[in-house]
Design a binder for this molecule. Sequence first.
Ligand code: NAP
Length: 269
Amino acid sequence: MLPEGTLQDRVAIITGGGTGLGKAMALEFSRLGARLVLASRNQDNLRRAAAEIEARGGEALVVTVDVRHPEQVDHMVQAALDRFGRIDILVNNAAGNFVCPAEELTVNGWNAVVNIVLHGTFYCTRAVARHWIRQGRGGSILNILATYAWTGGPGTVHSAAAKAGVLAMTRTLAVEWAARGIRVNAIAPGPVDGTGAAPQLWPTEEARQAVLASIPLGRMGRPEEIAHAAAYLVSDYASFITGEVLTMDGGQWLGRGVFQGARRGGKGS
Ligand code: NAP
């Protein structure tokens, strides 16, 4: 665990910060001293997360935003600046997903996911980076991907295609904005329990067992494990890291194609 004070007085916007991994990151960043901007569509979730942060002595601003709309994203950035006067960190975590065979996927379904994940990430990234560039100061961006950004994701072509776009965005902007002092990194989680994705992606016990069998470490990830790594990547401890993708999947994607017998005994702690 990083020491308290690691993110002292940094201001972090986390999209989708009211639930799942976004909330776990918000709580961890707050423990480390950051002030939070929690941004998504559902005020109730955001308020509950903000109340949890405040109950622990932290500070969190709640901003309602649909990242699919650039003007709402601009408003989110302005609201953060009005309250805190600065932004240091952006975490592009908001996403939507559902399992659907590609041939049955509607245009609406495709657009909904691509607009949130790919376009929304770009709108947020552009709005925050424009502010930094105008101010002549740098910052840190963290994009939350999924390993199927490069393995492919049968059953979730919309999400896999969008995440692949965000992976390309991560690497592209890491170079394009390096001279501006802006770092851009990503985390690619595998299956994580206790999140919004869980009931969408492994809705039955049978599906859950099939997912578990595919993970060499023999268990799902925990939201706080993602949060610890996220805090490291946005902190000064990672000041020489940019354009990197940290895979956190218990070995799942590397284990594809391993003979079943070789996996036996793989149990995580
Ligand atoms: P989650 O709890 O459902 O989080 C998704 C968040 O995105 C919600 O807080 C939601 O808030 C927000 N959101 C959705 N549409 C939005 C929009 N149009 N504008 C603004 N906010 C929007 O799921 P999660 O599992 O924690 O997922 C977090 C991230 O991790 C996602 O990027 C996901 O792809 C990635 N990931 C998760 C797993 C996993 O196993 N959990 C694995 C790989 C990758 P509102 O409903 O309030 O808008």
